[in-house]
Design a protein around this ligand. Sequence first.
Ligand code: PLP
Length: 470
Amino acid sequence: MNSNEFREWSLRAAEWGVDYRNSLRERPVRPLVEPGEIFKSIDAAPPEDGETMQAIFADFEQKILPGMTHWQHPCFFAYFPANAAPVSVVAEYLVSAMAAQCMLWQTSPAATELETRVVDWMRQALGLPEGFSGVMQDSASSATLAAVLTMRERALDWQGNKNGLQGQPVVRIYSSDQVHTSIDRAIWVSGIGEANLVRIPVAGRFRAMQTTALEAAIVTDRENGMLPAGIIASVGGTSTGGTDNVAAVAEVAKRHGLYLHVDAAWAGSAMICPEFRHFWTGAENADSIVFNPHKWLGAQFDCSMQFIRQPEDLVRTLAIKPEFLKTHGRDGVINYSEWSVPLGRRFRALKLWFLLRAHGLENLRNMIRNHVAWSESLAARLAREPDFEIVTEPMLSLFSFRHLAAAGIGLDEHNLRLVSAINDDGRIYLTQTRVDGQVAIRFQVGQFETTAADVDTAFEVITEIARGLS
Ligand code: PLP
């Protein structure tokens, strides 16, 4: 591609992006394709000769686009959002044009220094005290893995990386069963082993870990010669928003000298609103906190932020300095690749900087406040319908419900059929979970462009399709 063509196709791609975003309401949120359909439509062998951009672009529109789920669709109510505000898309274009590998300070000083600044902007925006530094990771999964590795190394007096886990005391980590599966995976990958992730029973509306049970488990493990290393608290769990009493958990962590990591991957964005900060009171006492600006806040994926109280411990856990990565004569600079598992790193701070400057915190707060209010009013509306029940009340903008009128089949099967029918219909998209073993339908409002009218549409679609099925 020569530079004229690069210009032409970049402009074309930018125009395509705008038209695509403007056309989202006319598209089904989830594509109506069968498994394998797209795969079959792509040539089985790679081309020997270059093809024209016209042909490639036409195939993109004809073969790829029909198989895309439209995460930026205003009626995307499934999972959690992965918002990419237009301004962050523009920043990502610049990042991909520069295509810098920002692993060390010297491999792009601006990327490192903007990251340090933007992490501190977010610390202030979320109401966290001074004393936290932070890093931008690719995902909350990576941040949690980094935290679990740090817990392990701290507890093993830094011997795990050197000597492996054989012959060491058994490392124990504590969480409720409401945490995201990225916690399980971090426990697997760190070699701690699933059997040593101790699940603490939960109680109350937000399914919070019972701290007396937490403390008892730590004491018993110690008595049995095991090595309690850390606790992972949830603020806004993925299934139904499960949220621990972080202040109480932090006290237990402090009493027993354990590392505390808080996973607020989704709910963290809402902490820009002071009125929601009660959900994570005590987070200021954590050793690390992860939240994903790429979920609710609008910074295009991937953009996960990890706040860390003692970065020296993280760096001691993860940093490796072969000669070719040393930055001689530059003492005191931050090399963020020493703060994360992958060496290579994208320039993630730019899109967040653009987003925060273009929207300002107050507009972002209003978006989140609207989402929470619309979700609460939809839950209240469904609760008034005699054939629906609210299974879990809204935690911020997430609640779950169930349709009760099933003719001839069990409620679980009926509600699973209902989710499929709603998603096949295409006007809205949502997903299911299980609460106390039974199927419930999750609903979250969080898409950047969603309006109150879209949430009304959701009410109509849900009630119409549920009653049609019964
Ligand atoms: N934690 C919670 C509460 C989540 O909801 C998710 C994903 O939805 C994750 C962690 C994992 O996030 P990521 O995809 O950034 O690894």
